[in-house]
Every structure is written in structure tokens, then in C-alpha cells.
Design a protein. Structure first.
Length: 717
């Protein structure tokens, strides 16, 4: 040992640094290996599941059952509670904040009835009994309450008193209303009086705050943050249950984090020139002075953004005129998130070539980590982006150049390590098989006839796979929106939304058609790609530098090694990317394998069709209904978990849930009418089938019997 130490001391500093780094890296590998084993230590046989005695919509679940999806209780418990770096509000605040009636906001009945979050009892990995999808995150020495993947990707199906919980299923949650109500609850605690006094007392009793002033300061901060979030993301389209415009909100979070004072000034000055905003009103709420102060800084940190947008919140509250002015500014800096979509189901996600409803996310290489980083940005990850005063290795990794002496530092709370583990663990998740002992036996003769129908009408776009094969792959089929003709809002916003590039202006990012130079304003999709690369490339700044880079290197290697998906071309009849339209291929929608489709209602990307049977009916034409023809419903109710095993979907009428109106913007139930009307036939390779005379072969509309046969077959997938 003495000889080794003398040899080490005698070597050049570079050798010593490399040896030190190698030793730290080895320790990190061993520690992570042990940690990954110990991660799955909570094995509560009930998976923390509990029930709510009285359900607001009359649903009945006297017991909870999990289906066999290849996950043990420890796997579900880990997935439900594993932090990804989401920091919505201080953890202690969520534990004690109250509803207007004085009961805790996090009360199980309230979380279930108001927002449809699935409730849990306390377990060793969830000692405070938070609902599925909520967890504690520690960032820079402080505890926060934030979202996990399970908040949007776990659901429950109720039938004859049994609640069937399904890992990876699209949630019934109403996140939009939850965030509004949480902000209102904190605002009530902010106001002076007994509610405020009780809130401060209860937070202090938990022992993580040293004084009432510290509690009040944080309370002011997070009330302001949630208030401005509501203004920035105001939409005329009410999402309701089971939907969220996640892309629109992620886009707005990115635009908020890249903001610079010159960009804000350019947008506001233009509005003043157009007489849409009165400069005196901006001056009165402190916006002008705040902006002038920020001109001295190259980037806006979190507190700067809160203060600047907080001035807009003051203007919003002043008058009707103030609201109009704020919306003008909002629309100049951000985009309305008005295209809600259903939460996707997660089984087979790691086996796909492309992801998201419009295929914007390639699943190869570090793509999954970038995609999930974007999601954490959208669900309140702490983004402490700033301009560094020296050269950094992370700046090189994020494409900012080898000789850039002032790169953007993308420090954040995003837990890249956990994101890599989550993505890897999802590879073992199977689709939920139809539970015949609960929902009734599948009629095999009808299902066989339905398979014939499926092969003729559906198989060209929806791959058939072995859902339990560990080596399965899913090639998504993309149909241009003007071919599939489903609601265009989500795809149009995805490629059309623009924003100020701010701190990443004049940098390059590779999109569909190739490298794109980011101008003063650029597609937000490109800004999202650029900034997620920066976040993934940035090691945890809180740690000693050898450990910081060793852990970062381990996570990158693990992510690449565990991802078997390589780069490939998209498949389908989409419009390809060009130099004129560099992300035109994203103006399309994805057809994926339909295994487990029975558990994923409502249907279509925007949740506009309540059940599988109705999906096989045509949409009502603009010219009006034809007598004797069945159509998809114009309105239906969402919120109940009670399952209809005949139509295959949730109960959609007869209770006071959210009324879904297909006539509203973004809610159209048109399109995807294959088989509901005469349909073009496709060959097995996806090409259009032709008759012997060269004409396009057409398939007739399905008969009523064929519809029911197809529904029966879809149950079996």
C-alpha cells in the first residue's frame, strides 16, 4: 500500500486526476449497483392500495386487485413513488394545507372525488400515504412534493365492487383543476387570519422551517408561482378528466426558462406600439422597473421570473382591462395550451421506435432520457439555468462549443439517474390481459371472426405483437393528419408553436430535416430539444466534481447500454421533413400495437370517443345526421371508473361528471373512420391495395355483426 501511494504521489497531476476519477467511478458503479437492488425494498402485498368509502359518482370498489403485468408489488410501489425531480411546492406545505371546509387538501376522499387521483395507505416507501403519483423530492437540501410518472400513467377499472388497478394505464386524473385548486388553497393560507395562523403553526411543527417568517416567505413565493402558471397556461378549452395538454404546458415552461430581458422587452414594446398595452399600467405594477433591472443580467433566474411574471399577476387582478393586457403579453411570449390529449399507456413504450401521439420523440440512444427530461420540465422540475462565467465540460457536451467561455449552465433538479431506471424498468411491464373471471369470458368464435375483420381493416396501421416477448419491437405507423382526419389541434400546435429563443438564440439543434439555427424566434419543439440536451448533459452541481462527473458518466452509459432501440426512419404515409418544413413529419398521428387497448378508454388521441364500440361508428357529418345511421356520440360524461365490458369503456352517462362536448375546439371526434364507412384496403406492407385493373381496392363499411366481432377480438389483445 505504501509503494502504491508513493507511486501515486510521484506521477503527474493529470495521471493523479485520472486515477482519482477512475476510483470514484468504480465506487459509483458499485454503489449504484447496490442501490438499484435496495431500491425495491417496499413489498407491501397490497401495493399500498386502499379504498374510498363514498365515491362522488357512485363508483363502488370494496376491494382492490392488481392484474398480472409481470410486476411484483415491489415494482408497482417503486414506480408509484420514485421521484423524477419534480418540485411543485414544499413538501410540508402539501401535508398541512387545507380545503375551504378545514379538512386537509390531501385527504383521500378529496383527492379521489375532486381530481380522480388513486389513493394509498402509508407504506415504508410512502410513509405519509400520498396518492399514487405523488412523492417527496430532495433538491439542494430541501424537500418538495412533486409528481412521479404514475400520476398520469396508472388507472383503476371498477366492476361489480372490485377495483382493478392497472400499472401504466392512462390516468383518469384532472391535473388542471388540481393545480388551480391547490393554488387557491395556498392563497387562502396566505391571507391573514386563523387559516394562515394554523397553516404556519402546522408547518413549523414538522420541524423543517426555523421561523414563521421563513414559512410566510415561501408561501408568498409559491402562491405567486402557481398564480402566474395559471395565467401563462390559461386555455378556453376545459380539459376535464383523463386529459392534459402536456405538450402545450411543457412548451410554455421551456419558453419561461429561456426568457431574457431583451426578448421580453421586444415583445412588450411591440404591443405598446400597437396600443394593446398601456405602459402606464406596466409601470404601476412594477413591471417596467423590474425589467430594467434585469437588463443587467444575461439570463433570468427562477426568482427573477417569478417577480417579473408576478407583476403580470398584479395587473391581471386590477381590472378587466388589465386581464386583456396580460393576455396580449401572454400570447406574445407563450402559447395557449388548448389541445388536451389522453395520457398515453406505458406498456411497450421502451420497445417503440418513435413516441408521443405525433411521433415527435425518437426512442433511440439517449432519446428516452431527453423525452422524460422534457416531461419533468413540464411538471415543475427546478430549472436553475444561468450563464456560466467560465468554460465547462457540460457546455461542450450540450453542443455549445469547445471554446465558449460563457456557456449556459443547465443545472436542474431533474433526476437523470431515476429517469434511466424508470425507462429501463418499463421494459418488463406487460399489457393487462382481459380478466375473464371478473369481466366475463371472451367469446372465442366471435373473436376469431373479429380477427379476420382486424386483419382486413386495422392491421396495416396497428402491429400485432407478442406482448410478453422480451425481444418485441413496435414500429409505429404514422398517418398524415390530412389522411387520418382526426382533430388537428395537437399536431398543428406541436409543429407550429413559436417562441423567443432567448438564452439559446444563435445556437444549433438537429431536428427532423437536419441542423437548425435558432433565430430570435424559433419552433418551440426545437427549443425543447435543445434545452433537454443541455439538462441531460449537465452533471449535478451540488456534488464534488469527481463524483459529479462519475455519476453523470454512469447514467449516460447505463442509458445507452439499456436501450436496444437504434435510429431508424419513420414508417407510414406521413409528409416528410423538408428544408422548408423541417418538422413536417410531426403533423401526423401514430398507430401503435393495440395490446391492452380494452383498459385505455376514452379513445382517439384527444379522448373524444367513450368506448370501443362507438369508435367503430362514423362521426356525425357537418351536413347533419342521416336517418337510421348510428354515429359516435356528440356529448358524453367522463369521470366514472365504472366499467362497461360490453361497449368496452367507462360509464359515460347518468352521473354529474365532466361533460365532454365534441363541438368544442380541440375536441372533435372525426377521423379514424376505417371500417365505419367504405375504406381503402391496404396490403400487409402498408401500401394501398389495387384491383387487377389497377383501381384502388375498397372495403365495405362494417356490418353491425362485424363491429361486435371486432370489439370481441380487441378484448383479447
Amino acid at each position: 500500500m505504501t509503494k502504491l501511494y508513493k507511486w501515486y504521489k510521484s506521477k503527474h497531476w493529470l495521471w493523479r486526476s485520472l486515477i482519482l476519477f477512475a476510483a470514484v467511478f468504480l465506487v459509483v458503479v458499485v454503489c449504484n449497483y447496490i442501490s438499484n437492488i435496495l431500491t425495491f425494498w417496499d413489498s407491501d402485498p397490497d401495493r399500498g392500495a386502499t379504498i374510498v368509502e363514498t365515491d362522488v359518482y357512485g363508483d363502488v370498489a370494496k376491494s382492490i386487485r392488481y392484474l398480472d403485468q409481470n410486476w411484483a408489488p415491489k415494482d408497482s410501489l417503486w414506480f408509484d413513488s420514485t421521484t423524477q425531480g419534480s418540485d411543485l411546492i414544499p413538501y410540508d406545505f402539501f401535508l398541512v394545507v387545507e380545503q375551504p371546509n378545514g379538512q386537509l387538501f390531501r385527504d383521500n376522499a378529496h383527492m379521489n372525488n375532486a381530481y380522480r387521483y388513486l389513493v394509498r395507505k402509508p407504506t415504508s416507501s410512502n410513509p405519509d400515504g400520498l396518492p399514487i403519483g405523488f412523492s417527496k423530492d430532495n433538491y439542494q437540501g430541501r424537500d418538495f412534493m412533486g409528481y412521479t410518472c404514475a400520476a398520469c400513467h396508472t388507472n383503476q377499472v371498477n366492476y361489480k365492487g372490485v377495483g382493478i388497478r392497472i400499472d401504466g394505464a392512462p390516468a383518469m386524473a384532472d391535473m388542471d383543476t388540481f393545480l388551480d385548486d391547490l393554488g387557491a388553497a395556498l392563497a387562502r393560507a396566505q391571507a391573514s387570519g386563523p387559516v394562515h395562523d394554523r397553516f404556519v403553526k402546522n408547518v413549523l411543527a414538522l420541524g423543517n422551517y426555523g421561523s414563521a417568517d421563513a414559512v410566510t416567505a415561501d408561501l408568498d413565493k409559491y402562491v405567486l408561482r402557481l398564480s402566474t402558471y395559471r395565467i401563462v397556461n390559461k386555455s378556453d378549452t376545459h380539459y376535464g378528466f383523463a386529459r392534459l395538454d402536456a405538450f402545450g404546458r411543457i412548451y410554455n415552461q421551456v419558453l419561461q426558462y429561456v426568457l431574457t430581458a431583451p426578448a421580453v422587452d421586444a415583445a412588450v414594446s411591440s404591443l405598446i406600439d400597437q396600443n394593446k398595452v398601456d405602459p402606464a399600467d406596466l409601470k404601476a405594477v412594477g413591471f417596467t422597473d423590474m425589467l430594467q433591472t434585469m437588463w443587467r443580467q444575461p439570463t433570468l433566474n427562477g426568482e427573477d421570473r417569478d417577480k417579473l411574471l408576478g407583476c403580470l399577476a398584479k395587473l391581471w387582478d386590477k381590472s378587466f382591462k388589465g386581464k386583456k393586457e396580460v393576455l396580449y403579453i401572454r400570447n406574445a411570449l407563450f402559447n395557449p395550451p388548448n389541445a388536451p390529449v389522453s395520457y398515453p399507456f406505458l406498456w411497450d413504450i421502451p420497445q417503440h421506435d418513435y413516441l408521443q401521439w405525433n411521433g415527435i420523440a425518437a426512442n433511440s440512444g439517449l432519446g428516452p432520457i431527453g423525452r422524460n427530461t422534457g416531461e419533468v420540465i413540464g411538471v415543475f422540475g427546478s430549472m436553475n439555468w444561468s450563464q456560466s462565467d467560465h468554460w465547462t465540460l457540460a457546455g461542450v457536451f450540450s453542443g455549445q462549443g469547445l471554446f465558449n467561455s460563457h456557456p449556459i449552465d443547465y443545472s436542474s433538479s431533474v433526476d437523470v439517474h431515476n429517469l434511466a431506471l424508470l425507462e429501463d424498468h418499463l421494459k418488463t411491464l406487460w399489457r393487462p390481459a382481459w380478466p375473464e373471471d371478473l369481466l366475463g369470458k371472451i367469446d372465442t368464435s366471435k373473436a376469431w371472426r373479429g380477427k379476420v375483420v382486424f386483419d382486413a381493416y386495422c392491421a396495416a396501421c396497428h402491429a400485432q405483437i407478442n406482448p410478453t416477448d422480451p425481444n418485441r419491437r413496435i414500429v409505429a405507423h404514422f398517418s398524415a393528419q390530412d389522411n387520418v382526419k382526426t382533430d388537428a389541434m395537437m399536431a398543428r400546435n406541436g409543429i407550429g408553436y413559436q417562441g423567443y429563443s432567448g438564452i439559446v438564440q444563435n445556437s444549433y439543434v438537429t431536428v427532423g430535416a437536419g441542423p437548425l439555427l435558432l433565430n430570435q424566434k424559433a419552433p418551440v419543439a426545437a427549443l425543447l430539444t435543445k434545452t433537454t440536451i443541455g439538462v441531460v448533459s449537465t452533471p449535478d452541481a451540488d456534488k464534488w466534481w469527481p463524483r459529479r462527473f462519475a455519476e453523470w458518466l454512469y447514467d449516460v452509459i447505463f442509458s445507452l447500454r439499456s436501450n436496444d432501440i437504434g435510429a431508424s426512419l419513420k414508417s407510414g404515409d406521413y409528409h416528410p421533413d423538408t428544408t422548408a418544413q423541417p418538422i413536417q413529419s410531426d403533423m401526423s398521428y401514430k398507430g401503435r400495437a393495440l395490446d391492452g387497448i380494452w383498459a385505455t378508454a376514452p379513445y382517439l388521441h384527444n379522448g373524444s370517443v367513450p368506448n370501443l364500440y362507438d369508435l367503430l361508428l362514423p362521426a356525425k357529418p357537418a351536413t347533419g345526421a342521416v336517418p337510421g345511421v348510428k354515429y359516435r356520440p356528440d356529448t358524453f360524461v367522463v369521470g366514472s371508473r365504472e366499467f362497461d365490458p360490453v361497449m368496452v369503456g367507462f360509464k359515460s352517462d347518468g352521473y354529474p361528471g365532466f361533460v365532454f362536448r365534441t363541438s368544442m375546439q380541440g375536441n372533435s371526434n372525426a377521423g379514424h373512420e376505417y371500417g365505419t364507412v367504405a375504406t381503402v384496403a391496404f396490403n400487409s406492407d402498408g401500401s394501398i391495395a389495387k384491383n387487377s385493373d389497377g383501381s384502388i381496392r375498397m372495403l365495405p363499411a362494417l356490418t353491425e355483426q362485424e363491429r361486435w366481432d371486432l370489439v370481441e377480438y380487441l378484448k383479447s389483445l
